[in-house]
Design a protein around this ligand. Structure first.
Ligand code: NAD
Length: 336
């Protein structure tokens, strides 16, 4: 297999995870940059990755760039990478604002550079099985979907609303992406949230919780709960009800995915043993680049999930329902 130089920007939690899994792919050589010199040096020796002295040098060296920085630094670095002619994968959410999303899609299209988003939930076996079951009509016409994602209050930049966008942009964006992927275009978002305190305060003085109702063009409705007020640890759930059955998933249960139909059939599957979703994500992205095919989760997909999250933030602050921006196929990087 031909060699591929992959440059990782940001050597924190996600940079580490991407590096661990990219290293397993034959022919991949890794480089990294992080302004935190100590962290970069540790990362380089721990992961066997070549460290670079600036983002510019890393981008020049790399054939593919993987942006794993805090959310407010996604757009500027990815724009530099695309303008340098490098296919680029961005961690979710695609960007911090709608204007940044639009600029990214515009530049990817102008340069014809592949732009992908790391909406990793699509690569989790239970979520991809639930998506396939709904698409194949297993539960009839999907009608009402209830999703939840939460965990404890994070530290650092995550707690700074201006940088991360809080639970709606940081957590619920996973559900928003899965919902658009599964149900199609969303026509209305209504969100209620409570948010106080920031990363400078103690955990006890902070809150971030949201509940969002979504209406889809196909008539289905969904509600998404996102919370950083669960010291019990990370948990995600899904319940999809259709005219012919229901699908249930709870990440805290062992027999995770359960499909029951009106015909009386019931299937419970333990989490299927398969490759790690982060491995599946990075290998699918790099394989698409190697083979000159569209990347599996595009910048447009990421922009649409981000647009839902931003519409939910707007609704939560105004108390009014919002029609989210939808980026159509004309925004795909290969579109003429
Ligand atoms: N898909 C998931 O499951 C998942 C989980 C957590 C975080 N994320 C996303 O991944 C991104 C990174 O989150 P994280 O948890 O790794 O954060 P982190 O704080 O652990 O790491 C971010 C790193 O980026 C570095 N950085 C800052 N500015 C930089 C720059 N200009 N160039 C290069 N590096 C820079 C920081 O020094 C830090 O080391 C965020 O967008 C977050 O939303 C995704």
């Amino acid at each position: 297999m031909s060699l591929m130089k992959v440059g990782i920007l940001g050597t924190g939690g996600m940079g580490g995870r991407h590096a661990t899994h990219a290293k397993k792919i034959a022919g991949v050589e890794l480089g990294a940059f992080d302004p935190d010199a100590e962290r970069l040096a540790f990362f380089a020796s721990e992961k066997g990755v070549t460290p670079f002295e600036s983002a510019r040098e890393l981008i020049e060296w790399a054939e593919v760039v993987d942006v794993c920085t805090p959310t407010d630094r996604h757009a500027d670095l990815a724009l530099e990478s695309l303008k340098s002619g490098k296919p680029t994968l961005l961690e979710k959410p695609l960007a911090r604002s709608l204007a940044e999303c639009e600029e990214l899609l515009k530049v990817a299209k102008q340069t014809k550079m592949p732009l992908g988003t790391a909406q990793v939930v699509r690569f989790f076996p239970d979520y991809s099985a639930a998506h396939k079951a709904i698409k194949s009509g297993k539960i009839g016409t999907p009608a009402a979907i209830r999703m939840r994602r939460g965990g404890g209050m994070p530290t650092g930049w995550f707690g700074d609303m201006e940088r991360s966008g809080g639970v709606l942009l940081d957590l619920a964006v996973h559900e928003f992406d899965w919902l658009i992927w599964t149900l199609g275009q969303c026509t209305q978002v209504y969100s209620r949230s409570i948010q106080f305190g920031d990363s400078r305060g103690s955990h006890e003085s902070r809150a971030d919780y949201s509940l969002t109702t979504l209406t889809f063009a196909n008539g289905a409705v969904a509600h998404v709960e996102a919370t950083w007020m669960d010291p019990g640890g990370g948990r995600s759930t899904l319940e999809a009800a259709g005219s012919g059955g229901v699908i249930e998933f709870d990440s805290r249960l062992n027999n995770a995915l359960r499909i029951s139909t009106v015909n009386g059939s019931r299937a419970e599957s333990p989490n299927p043993a398969s490759d790690d979703p982060y491995f599946r994500q990075i290998s699918a992205f790099l394989e698409a680049i190697r083979n000159g095919r569209p990347v599996p989760v595009t910048g447009r997909d990421g922009a649409n999930a981000t647009a839902l999250a931003l519409a939910a933030l707007e609704s939560a602050s105004t108390g009014q329902p919002v029609t989210p921006k939808f980026f159509g196929p004309e925004f795909d990087y290969w579109a003429d």
